[in-house]
Structures are given as C-alpha cells and as structure tokens.
Design a protein around this ligand. Structure first.
Ligand SMILES: CC(C)(COP(=O)(O)OP(=O)(O)OC[C@H]1O[C@@H](n2cnc3c(N)ncnc32)[C@H](O)[C@@H]1OP(=O)(O)O)[C@@H](O)C(=O)NCCC(=O)NCCS
Length: 244
C-alpha cells in the first residue's frame, strides 16, 4: 500500500482538486527527494534549527545524512499520514489524523528503521552543546504539550511539518496546503495542534485559525547563546462547524 491508496484508505480521499490556483496533490515516492530538499532549505533560516545546530558544520556528509534520514521519514509518512504537496515537492505539509486503521507490516518496518536511524544519528552528534540544547528543547516542550494538550492529542489532528522552498515562499502554497488540512479537520470535527518553531510565523497560523496556548523560551541563561531567547509556540485550532 502506497501513496494515494494509503491516503484513500486513511482519509477517504483519492483526489484533491485545487485551491487558489495552486494544485494540491498527494506526495509520491518519486518526489520525495525534492520534498527533502525543500524541507532542508526552508528551515536553514529557522531560529530553532539554528539554535539546535549549535555551530555544527554543514559538511557534505552531514547534509547527505540528514536528507537521507528525512527521505526515510517521508517514505514512512506517505504510507501512514497525510502528506500533501504543491508542484511535486516545492511545498509540503504532513498531518497525523486519528485513525482506526492498524499499521501494516511495511509501515511497522519503516517506523522501526526510521527510529533506529534517528537514534544512530543522535549518537553521532559529538558536539556537547548541541546535545545540551536538544535535551533543553525535549524537556521543555514535553511539559507544555502535556499541560496544554495532554491525552487530547490522541483525538486531535497534528501537523508535524509545513515548509515551502525559499524561492516559492509568498505565493500562497503554504496557505493552500494548510487550508486543505484544516478543511479536513473541520469535516471531521477535529481540533488541530502544532508546534511553531518561528515566532514570525504566528500571523500565518493565526490567519488559519490557530492560537498559541503555550510557549517555551530556549537559550535563557545559556552563556554560549548571546542572542534573544528562541520562542517556540504550541498552537491549537478548534474546528469550524460546517453548515449541513
Ligand atoms: C511558513 C511557510 C510554510 C509559509 O509558506 P508560504 O508558501 O510562503 O505561505 P504563503 O505564500 O501562503 O504565505 C502565507 C503568509 O505568510 C507570509 N510569508 C510567507 N513567507 C514568509 C517569510 N519567509 N517570512 C515572513 N512571512 C512570510 C506571507 O506574506 C503570507 O502572508 P499574507 O497572507 O498576509 O500575505 C514558509 O514561509 C516556510 O516554509 N518557512 C520556513 C519553514 C517554516 O517556518 N515552517 C514552519 C515551521 S513552524
């Protein structure tokens, strides 16, 4: 089971139509590498990513390793989540939708392989500062998510990732993708949540009905960080009731 078959089974969709002139499609295996490049390049200027990198050098090996890891992630997500794109990978959104469909063997294997690769990559990070910052993020965000969302997350739609390649930003791609996902949430009466890694994106999310319910500040009191603290927000959107 792959691509549209999985999406149809999980979400009852097999075609998507278009929004605001931008054609929204399911991401296909053949477009994964372009989607990975979009993700990597879109987040280069992201404050959270810069903080977490802790001056780690972007060597060709490191770039290849993070992109290959992400490609494996996309292989898993297009079979187990909703993954939508515009222009075959120029903009992407992923969404976890509560579902009763049990994962098949292929999904279980991919999930296992992905978690092993992530754990392996973590061990390769020799930079103590980067490790410290990862732990700081993990512990702080865990508390806010538990406090503000808690067990409700199981019955909510979660949006782990949205990105548009730098050269395509500002053309309505992100809005068209997010609108598809929030329309799905509305049609199912589901609340949605996400973690926003860039405070500058707040107006973008607000315009789609998301509101910040909590935040964390990273870098405060860290002598190796001389910039403003990084603000990461947890945001929730309530479903809009659709007219019968
Ligand atoms: C956030 C993001 C996904 C928006 O995608 P997009 O395709 O540019 O979105 P749109 O073209 O629909 O623009 C949406 C709004 O965001 C604004 N915007 C777009 N790109 C922006 C940028 N680089 N910086 C600030 N605002 C931006 C637009 O002006 C627009 O506002 P408007 O509706 O008032 O005109 C995209 O900017 C991106 O990939 N950023 C880097 C990765 C990232 O931050 N992902 C989200 C992590 S929480």
């Amino acid at each position: 089971m792959a691509g549209t078959d999985a999406q149809e089974l999980l979400f009852g969709w097999n075609s998507l139509g278009s929004d605001k002139g931008a054609r929204v499609e399911f991401l296909r295996d053949r477009d994964i590498w372009k989607a990975v490049r979009t993700w990597d390049r879109a987040f280069l200027a992201d404050p959270l990513v810069s903080y977490m990198n802790a001056d780690l050098k972007e060597t060709p090996t490191r770039i290849f390793r993070k992109r290959a890891t992400m490609a494996l992630g996309f292989m898993l997500w297009i079979r187990s989540q909703l993954v939508l794109t515009i222009d075959q990978g120029s903009a992407i959104v992923t969404a976890q939708v509560p579902s009763d469909v049990p994962p098949n063997l292929k999904i279980k294997f991919l999930a296992w392989a992905f978690s092993r690769v992530l754990a392996f990559n973590k061990k390769l990070v020799r930079n103590e500062e980067a490790r410290k910052r990862q732990n700081e993020y993990d512990s702080k965000i865990k508390i806010v998510i538990a406090e503000k969302i808690g067990d409700e997350s199981k019955s909510m739609l979660h949006i782990p990732l949205i990105a548009t390649s730098p050269e395509c930003q500002g053309h309505g791609y992100g809005s068209a993708l997010l609108a598809k996902v929030t329309n799905l949430a509305d049609s199912k009466g589901l609340s949605s949540w996400l973690v926003s890694s860039n405070i500058l994106n707040e107006p973008f999310y607000n315009s789609h009905g998301f509101r910040a319910v909590g935040d964390i500040h990273l870098g405060e009191g860290n002598l190796n960080w001389n910039k403003d603290p990084i603000i990461v927000q947890v945001m929730i959107r309530e479903p809009v009731l659709l007219k019968a």
